[in-house]
Design a protein around this ligand. Sequence first.
Ligand SMILES: N[C@@H](CCC(=O)N[C@@H](CS)C(=O)NCC(=O)O)C(=O)O
Length: 308
Amino acid sequence: MTEPRFILHHYESSPYAEKIRLLFGRGQQSWGSVLSPAMPPRPNVDPLTGGYRRIPIAQVGADIFCDTAIIAQEIALQSPISGLSADSVPNEVAELVQRAEGDVFFSAITSVKPLKLMGTMLTLFGPFGMMRFIKDRRQMMKGGSVRPPQGERAVAIFDGFLADLDKALTSRAFLSGDEPAYADFAVYHPIWLKARVGGGAISKQYPHVRRWFDRIPEVGHGAREELQAVHAFAEARANEPRPLPASEEGAELLNCQVTVAPEDYGREPVQGLLVAQTSERFIVARETGEFGVLHVHFPRQGYVVVKV
Ligand SMILES: N[C@@H](CCC(=O)N[C@@H](CS)C(=O)NCC(=O)O)C(=O)O
């Protein structure tokens, strides 16, 4: 078996996956793509994560990476280009990045007129699939702790964000400087989502956003190769997890059986042995009959660990 490569479990219309595809592009990476359904069950990846329900998920051999914050760190480690992880976001645009992946992300959907939204979902999923999708997302949000803004409030949030972004882009080509990097992709994906779901161009009121938005896709998606789930499974089986980082002192739940779950939405927990806890991530070991031991990595920020 050759060195394991990056595999991304994703679906085309996922905005968070688009953030990662662009990071692969900017980071000049080759990667394997395994397409997932837009809603669970996801037989291509559920057996690897042990139940984490969000997309995208990345894999390198027997290491599984949940959440784009961790996936970006992994890409940054492999890439000759700087600025690809969240810790490289310039201070003056940190607030924009935070808003983009908070209320603005939800408003990208909830600010779209209901009929338009239904039309897009019908095209993507067909009538039966659309009903399943709506039910799935409703349940996901019901079990979550965030309450997305609705209607006029969502419209105002999205528009206010574009106005602030336009201001930030008057003095620089990209949020990250002369070239696009993490901050740009994190802010780009909700606007990409809104453009795909709601249609229509970005208002002429925001010329700097328009110019920036048109330039981001120029970085491309890197060298993408389509794979099937069996290929991803074979790589998980053929590899051992990589060596663990040193854990921080006083990590009380280290070597305990725990569950790890997002705090906000899509809170399905993953159970395993907490084998590492650094200042940035939790790593859980899962014994699986099918693949041997897998290490599942989560960011600490936004995730909770509970002893079983
Ligand atoms: N904080 C997560 C958010 C990921 C996220 O919300 N992904 C959306 C798709 S773009 C999702 O998982 N939606 C529910 C689903 O696809 O099942 C990350 O950065 O990875």
